[in-house]
Design a protein around this ligand. Structure first.
Ligand SMILES: Cc1ncc(COP(=O)(O)O)c(C=O)c1O
Length: 330
């Protein structure tokens, strides 16, 4: 299968906001957007987006994972970017209708359909740095994606960065392009210099997250991760894993921890990244102050795999969806 995010379904859903109201959305063939070069988003970065998946089961229907929670996160991001907030049903129905239209193009699990709602400020005004965009476009892209682990779910190597932040304190929990732009340069440099997969951002020693995933520590009894605040993205995978961990009898410990504590924890705890793209991925080693520290001395643990499978079993329809996380389409 092609590289993640490079192949798109034939249609996309689009709705425009003007004169204080959302216009009815349409499903149309995917063609380039016409955008005024003075569009607010191109100059002042008024944008936010979401990312989640639909799975096609043997029942011939698609099942969208945590649709309404992703819509709620998008609404929160839109509010923090001072963009018009799409109503819940407007955005949810755009996604459901698009998924139903493209049902035949959804590959069977472990592949899926990745969905990318995006909201941009389109007001043509280059003098509006300090004003919100009063025009906006909301669209949803659909992209068939393969199993992230097709190449083997090899444990990741992370650079522990205790100075730089990936975002600002007020925008860390907003899913907006600027945060990814801020993380890009340091991440490329870290890949080049240390051969790592990602940076674990720990500004002032506070262990937060990587450029595109949350960070968890897992033992036979406990899952530890940073409690929700505005400095990092509130991942839906993180939330799902914490709920499944509780179901499986793990103690869920949402607490702040420092880099020093992290280095102690990884002597005995497993470490993992959580996110829509990869589910729950084991972390095999950390680079800190030019030294490589193997997680659990290099011996993989069973808990990450156990929780990863518990999540997939719900997504693939192997076990009942007791948390009501799936929305049917098609
Ligand atoms: C910065 C960041 N953190 C965490 C996540 C994980 O979020 P989720 O589990 O909702 O995909 C993502 C991916 O969307 C992300 O971009």
């Amino acid at each position: 299968m092609a590289q993640f995010g490079t192949v798109f379904c034939e249609h996309y859903a689009i709705a425009r906001y003007a004169d204080g109201a959302w216009q009815p959305p349409t499903l149309t063939p995917l063609t380039p957007l016409a955008l005024h070069p003075a569009a607010h988003v191109l100059h002042y970065a008024s944008t936010c987006f979401e990312g989640f998946k639909a799975y096609r089961w043997d029942d011939g229907k698609a099942h969208i994972f945590r649709l309404y929670d992703h819509v709620a996160r998008m609404q929160k991001s839109a509010a923090s970017m001072c963009l018009p907030i799409p109503e819940t049903d407007l955005l949810a129905d755009m996604v459901i209708d698009l998924v139903a239209e493209e049902l035949d193009d959804i590959p069977a699990p472990p592949s899926s359909l990745y969905l990318r709602p995006t909201l941009i400020g389109t007001m043509p005004n280059i003098g509006a740095a300090a004003s919100p965009s009063n025009e906006a476009t909301l669209f949803v892209l659909a992209s068939p994606v393969g199993d992230y682990f097709a190449g083997g779910g090899r444990p990741l190597k992370l650079l522990v960065e205790d100075t730089l932040a990936r975002s600002t304190e007020q925008l860390g929990s907003t899913k907006t392009g600027g945060n990814y732009a801020a993380a890009l340069g340091p991440t490329l440099e870290a890949k080049e210099k240390y051969g790592v997969n990602q940076i674990l951002f720990c500004p002032h020693g506070d262990v937060q997250e990587t450029g595109a995933a949350n960070f968890l520590l897992i033992s036979d009894e406990e899952v530890i991760t940073k409690p929700l605040d505005t400095t990092f993205l509130h991942g839906m995978t993180r939330d799902s894993i914490l709920k499944l961990a509780a179901d499986h009898g793990y103690r869920v410990n949402e607490r702040n921890f420092t880099v020093d504590e992290l280095l102690d924890f990884v002597a005995t705890y497993e470490a993992a990244l959580s996110g829509t793209a990869a589910g729950l991925t084991p972390v095999g080693s950390l680079i800190y102050q030019d030294k490589e520290i193997k997680v659990r001395g290099g011996s993989a643990g069973p808990n990450t795999e156990r929780l990863r499978k518990a999540l997939q079993d719900i997504q693939y329809g192997i076990v009942p969806d007791v948390h009501d996380w799936l929305t049917e389409a098609g």
